[in-house]
Structures are given as C-alpha cells and as structure tokens.
Design a protein around this ligand. Structure first.
Ligand code: ATP
Length: 782
C-alpha cells in the first residue's frame, strides 16, 4: 500500500469531495461531534476542579503537624491527588479521537482516558479497555460487530475533521460515502513536521501494531521490524496498555524501559505522560548500575571482548583470585609470640567459606571465624596452655581480632572488595588478567589492559557496567559497619558517588518543577519541598524511583528498545532485573551498530528462555518515504543478501540526492533547513568535531553533539550512534564512504543514517560515493 501525500502537514480538514451536498453533510457531522466533544471537555474541567479542591483541602491541613502517621497519610493523599490532577491535565490534547458505531446502533467514543458522568454512565472509553479494541482491530473482513470507525481530528478543543472507515460495506448510504476518507488521519499524522519529541499514535494505531500492544503480559515477546515500522512507539503504547490492564501487579514491581542513549530517552519521554502514565522508569543499559555513569569511549574491539559472555567466568575467577591461598605460609608477629598460618589451615578456612555458597564479602565472616579459631588455638599452645575451655579460647580470639597485624593479614587473605575495586584491580594488572582471563588470547588480554584511574577521572566505559553488576552479584554486600569506617574505599569512588548523588538531586528538582507546573501547583509549593516530600523520602518515592536506586530491584515488566545493541553481558544484567521474564524486546538486527551486539535473537535469548520466546514482525514503514527506502534498500543488501526492507506507507515525490564537494556543506545545510521542522546532519564518528564546527559556523542556532539541545534545535549534528532511534524532517549524511569503512558494522550504520528522514534526504561527499548509493541524483556545486 503506497499513498500519495505531498503535503508535509497533511490535510487539516479532510474534504475529499467538492460536491456541495457532501460538504453540508460533513458540516452537520462536525457540528454534532463538536457538541459531544465539548461536553467531554466540560466534564474534564469539572473533574479537574474537584480534584484540585481535594488536593487543596489536604495541603491546607498543614505540613509538619500531627503524628508521623497523620503526616504520612496526608502526604500520600496529596501525592495521589497531585498524580490524578497531573493525569487529568496530561490528556488535554486529543482527549477524544475516535468513535465506534456498532451493529446494534450503539456508539462508543474512544479517548485517552475513561470518563463517566455522576451516574456512572460511560462518556468516553479509555483506548486500552477491551471494548475499545475494535477501534484498532476491526477490518471489513472481520468487523467485530462494528459498522463504522470514525477518527476525530481536533485542534485544541475544536473538532476540525472526521475521517471514517466503513466496515459494513453493504450498509453504505450516500451520506456515508460523503464522509468516507480512509487513511487521512494516519497520513496527516505521519506527514506532520517533527518537533524533536516523539508523539503518541493513540488515534492511529494500525492493526498489526495493536496486536503487539495488547499481546499477553507473560513471557518474552520479540518485535523485529525495519526502520520506521513503529517499534519504539508501539513498545511505549504497550507499556501504557500493560499498566492499565495489570495495574496492581505492575504498579508494585514497576515497568522499566531501556533505550540506547540519553538523547533517545529525552526524545521519547513525553509519550507515556501524554497517555496518562508517569510511573515508568526510563533508563539506558549503562545507567543500570547505580552510582556509576560511564564516561569513557571505548574502541569497538575492546567493547566486543568485554561484552562477550565469557567475561562472566573472567569476573568469577577475578573474585576467586582474591581468595587465593598464598604459596608460602603467612607469619603474624605479635608482641608475645609469632603465629603461622600454613597452606592447610588457609585451605580449610577458604573451603569452609566457599561451601557456605555466600557471596565473597558475605562469606568473609566464616573465613575469618575459622582462621581466628585456628590462631587462638596456636596462641594458647604457645602460651603453654594445653587444655583450655571454650570461654578462654573465645577471649583469646577476641583479643586477636583487634590486633593490627592480625587484621592486616586477614585483609590480605580475604579482603572486602567492591565491584569497582575488583574491576580496577583486574584491568590494571597483567598478572590478574592472565589468571582470570585465560580463555581469551594474549592479544585480547592486552586490549583489556588499562592504566589505573587518575584522581577525579571517570574511568568507566559502558561495557564495564554489566561487569560491575556481575561482580556485585558475586561479591555481595559489605557489612554496613565496615562500610561506615570507609577507610578502604578509594577516595575517587567516594567523590564519584557524591557527584552522582548531586546529579540525581538536580534531576529530581527538575522533575518536581515539571510536575508542579503541569498540575498548576507551583504557586502553592516550591519544587525543593515537593522533591523532598515526594521524590526523595523513602516512604513517598514512586515505584520507578525506588527501583532506579536499587540494583537488585526485580521489575514486573521490562521493555528493551534498540535491543540489537545489547551485548551478551548486557543481557545477563537485564535478565537479572526481571526474574519473571515478562519482557518486550524490540529491535532490528539489520541496524546493529555495536560490535558486541546481537547476531540473532536466539543467540541472545536462548540462554534464558530457550524455545519460550515469541516473535512478531512489523513490516510497514511509517517514517521513511518510498523514494528514500529504495536507496536504503541497496545498503541493506550489503548487510545481508536476503534482508527485506519494510514497505513505505507513502511517497513524497522528493528524490534523494548527493552533492560534492565537501566545501559546500555549510551552504547545503542552510538551503535544506525546514521551516518549523528539524534537520539533522549525520557525520562519521572520526570527523565529528570538524564537520560539527563547519555546520555550527554556517547556521545560526545549529547544535553539534547529542542531548536535549540537539532535539530542540532546528539543525543538529550527530553521529549515527547518537541519531539511532530518532527521526527528522530532513537528513544530510556526510561522507558516507567513511561511515561505511570506519566501523566493522559500517553498512548497518549507513542504513540507520539513511532511514532517519520523514521527508528529504541528501548526501554531501568529498571522497568517493559508495556504489550502493548509485541511485542518488547527483549534483556538483561549482
Ligand atoms: N500507527 C501509526 N500512526 C501514526 N504514526 C505512526 C504509526 N506507527 C508509527 N508511526 C510513526 O512512525 C515513526 C517511526 O516510528 P518508530 O520510531 O517507533 O519506528 P522504529 O521502528 O522504532 O524505527 P527505528 O528502528 O528506525 O528506530 C514515528 O514518527 C511514529 O510516530
């Protein structure tokens, strides 16, 4: 199916006939719908006023008075009303977007939330309710009792268009024919200019997407689909659907959505609130280890090694290395005598601790107890006290425990280790790597070897995060008493965790401000107070916030976006967060850019759910026009001969082009700027700074590099990895040959770059143009 739609904004008022009678019929229909929709907004306003009053009432009871329980109840109610109010405000735009007419002559209006009047009569059905499903699933062949599906287009509170699908074709009347205009709502939506933020598609979900959204909560669902097929947006709607349908279960355990980078998370972060869902944790995989924010860019070959599943054994052996029995006996010199720990004693103590199956730090007390007993007996012998009772032995043991040389020896023999210390110790020591990473070759071990961190340096790379998590599992917690003493924790680590706490606080404050503005409460309460009351206090943290701070949190459901990028080690970490294996995994194997990414879904998932994961496919591209996909398909052929590009839903008539020389870049970008829309310049990683500077110098307000600013700017300069998952009205790819050659997954990178545009695509090159781009219309600027 290819529809022609040259209007980037789509029709504002979808009139397909210029017949006067039909136009009059439409006007009448519009007026009827307007009346109903106005009634819905009146109801919404009333509910807002009521909820606001309830909130004011609770807040008026004062902040710090009463018992702890009174205060905590008050705060809970205030939190609940504020959240409800937030929801009521969030659905302002597009409150009602559809109507279903049933064969029994009843009609249902479908919208973002459910509304009822005071007599509990249904006025508006939540799009996620089972009765709303035919709005997305009914077809003429399987009409599900529906005769007409009507899309309502609104601007603010005004109904500006109706767009009907008639599903019972036999019952068509002349008036029906006048309002029949199939895909106008979809085309208007996908042709609209982009704002730098993903919007919800609740009014135009297609039936293959709806099946995925409403698929069962249990088990692992993989959604494989080419670029622009709606994987991300479908995954987000699925989160909203699951929260609505299994509210109780998921509210307790929470839903985690994992995306490829922070810019992407900013890009999608408004979709769920616009669907009335705020309590979902959005995170990148590299943020999953609390307290560590990776800042080191690693070479792809190093990331590939550290993402290899064999690293699990390496970490395990690195832990065991810390429990190694020294070859020579250990002597402990005290004032009165010298004690000696030989191999047999040490081995026995270590075996006893190992048999406990506890994690390293938690098993330490067993090891220490066993050794102290042995030392106490030796001490008693040396003091000439052959037979001593248990009490005397205990006294000697306690004396020994506080002796400095004994403590030092115990620390050497079975040290407390943090995950950070373990990895720094491992990757900065050739000896330790040789011991722990035997299954990797010498060259690979050499690649892993690093300099120790300098003071204040952020030492962590993304590939370290799952290794830290793995280490945390094997090391376990350190006794908080010992932790407080803290002397053995590297200063750098303390500084890093203080910085992370500060960052977190700032993020909470920004979020609090947003909530207060959205709920109209900013005059009553300041953000600082709101944040400490509702966000930072253990009792009132939302599920998502509590989960974010807890490495061992088990989520009710996890959605992984751009899942092809995760390494085998990443999957181990993600699976640990979801013991029930209720997951939605969306991605496209052809777009894999990471050197440690998935070669196939089975390879990544079979170790956890062999034969128990189900796969769905999406095959229609709602983003990239057909003219652009023809070019992208030639690059797809480089990735794998049998791969099939998704079918574009529309043509625009705009042919993609290539220009040279490279010196024209600034002018070309200026000429391509989309009024009221977004343009991205996608550049090779190795020349990002150079091209970024050229564009920033040539175009006022252009932004080089990722982040919120890049999303908001009219022109942004990004690498492929930074542009992954995003979309723009126009895309200019610079030096595609270099993108192809500079990474082992160059063809996938170029494919991703070429498929980011919703309207126009151009290439600027100085070097040769890859053969796969032969279909581009070529120009030379003189
Ligand atoms: N049913 C729909 N109605 C309107 N717009 C849609 C629909 N499905 C998808 N889209 C739009 O198509 C675009 C692409 O969607 P999305 O980013 O989810 O695709 P994707 O499969 O994740 O792409 P990629 O793999 O390239 O990142 C978005 O603008 C999205 O809103």
């Amino acid at each position: 199916m290819v529809c022609h739609n040259n209007q980037p904004n789509g029709p504002e008022y979808p009139i397909t006939s210029n017949d006067n009678g039909a136009t009059a019929t439409r006007q009448i229909e519009l007026a009827k719908e307007q009346e109903y929709v106005s009634g819905l907004y009146e109801r919404l306003d009333l509910l807002r006023v009521r909820t606001q009053r309830q909130l004011d009432g609770v807040l008026a009871q004062g902040g710090s008075g009463g018992t702890h329980q009174n205060r905590s109840e008050r705060d809970s109610f205030a939190g609940m009303y504020a959240e409800r109010l937030g929801r009521l405000w969030a659905v302002e735009n597009g409150l009602c977007f559809g109507r279903l007419d049933n064969a029994d002559d009843t009609s249902l209006y479908i919208g973002r939330i459910g509304l009822a009047d005071d007599e509990q009569r249904r006025l508006l059905i939540d799009w996620r309710a089972p009765v709303a499903q035919p709005f997305y699933g009914a077809t003429p062949a399987a009409s599900m009792g529906v005769t007409r599906r009507r899309h309502l287009q609104t601007k603010g509170r005004k109904v500006i268009g109706v767009d009907d699908d008639l599903l019972d074709l036999d019952s068509l009347t002349d008036e029906d024919v006048a309002t029949l205009n199939g895909e106008a709502a979809l085309l208007a939506s996908i042709g609209a200019k982009r704002t730098g933020r993903m919007r919800d598609i609740v009014a135009t979900i297609q039936s293959e997407q709806d099946r995925i959204i409403r698929s069962d909560l249990n088990g692992v669902l993989v959604v494989q689909g080419g670029p622009g097929t709606g994987k991300t947006v479908v995954a987000l709607h699925r989160a909203a659907y699951l929260l609505y349908t299994h509210r109780e279960k998921l509210a307790r355990r929470g839903v985690l959505i994992l995306g490829p980078n922070l810019t992407f998370l900013r890009y999608i972060e408004q979709v769920l609130p616009s669907l009335g869902e705020t309590d979902v944790l959005l995170s990148t995989v590299s943020e999953l280890y609390p307290g560590v924010v990776p800042g080191v860019r690693e070479r792809p070959e190093v990331a590939a090694i550290k993402g290899d599943v064999r690293m699990a054994q390496v970490v395990e052996r690195a832990v065991r290395e810390r429990q190694r029995v020294p070859r020579k006996p250990v002597e402990i010199r005290l004032d009165k005598y010298t004690l000696k720990l030989d191999g047999n004693i040490l081995e026995a103590a270590r075996n006893r601790a190992a048999r406990s199956k506890r994690a390293h730090n938690e098993a330490r007390s067993i090891f220490v107890r066993h050794l102290l007993n042995a030392l106490a007996r030796q001490a008693a012998r040396q003091l000439g006290r052959g037979m001593i009772d248990e009490d005397e032995l205990a006294d000697i043991r306690e004396d020994l425990r506080t002796e400095r040389p004994v403590k030092a020896a115990l620390n050497r023999l079975w040290p407390y280790v943090t995950p950070q210390q373990l990895l720094i110790g491992l990757f900065t020591s050739r000896e330790r790597l040789d011991y722990a990473a035997g299954e990797f070759g010498e060259a690979e071990r050499e690649l892993m070897l690093r300099e120790p961190p300098r003071k204040g340096e952020n030492w962590w790379a993304e590939s370290d995060v799952p290794l830290l998590d793995e280490a945390a599992e094997l090391l376990g917690d350190i006794d908080p008493g010992v932790l407080r003493a803290g002397a053995w924790i590297a200063e750098e680590e303390q500084a890093a965790s203080r910085a992370a706490a500060l960052d977190e606080r700032q993020h909470q404050l920004a979020y609090a401000k947003e909530v207060l503005e959205m709920t109209g409460l900013s005059d009553i309460m300041d953000a600082e107070k709101f944040a400490s009351r509702h966000l930072n206090d253990d009792v009132y943290l939302t599920t998502a916030e509590r989960a974010a701070a807890d490495r061992t949190w088990a989520f009710g459901h996890i959605i992984v976006d751009e899942a092809q990028e995760l390494s085998a080690m990443d999957w181990r970490m993600v699976m640990r967060r979801c013991p029930t294996r209720s997951m939605t995994i969306v991605g496209d194997l052809a777009q894999t850019g990471s050197s440690a990414g998935a070669p196939s879904w089975g390879r990544m998932l079979d170790p956890y759910v062999a034969g128990r994961w189900r796969e769905e496919h999406l095959s229609v591209n709602y983003r990239t026009p057909a003219e652009l996909m023809v070019v992208a398909a030639d690059v797809l052929a480089l990735i794998g001969p049998g791969l099939v590009a998704p079918t574009s839903v529309r043509e625009t008539g705009a042919r993609p082009w290539a220009v040279s020389p490279l010196e024209s870049l600034g002018d070309v970008v200026k000429a391509e700027i989309v009024e009221g829309g977004r343009l991205v310049v996608i550049v090779p990683e190795s020349r990002v700074e150079e091209f970024g500077q050229i564009v920033v110098r040539s175009v006022d307000g252009a932004v080089a590099g990722p982040g919120t600013k890049a999303l908001d700017a009219q022109v942004a300069v990004l690498t492929v990895a930074e542009a992954k998952g995003l979309e723009f009205d126009a895309v200019i790819v610079v030096e595609p040959e270099l993108i192809l050659s500079e990474s082992p997954r160059g063809a996938s990178d170029l494919y991703v770059a070429l498929t980011r545009a919703t309207q126009r695509l151009g290439v600027v090159h100085g070097g040769s143009l890859p053969e796969a781009l032969a279909r581009l219309e070529r120009h030379r600027i003189t």
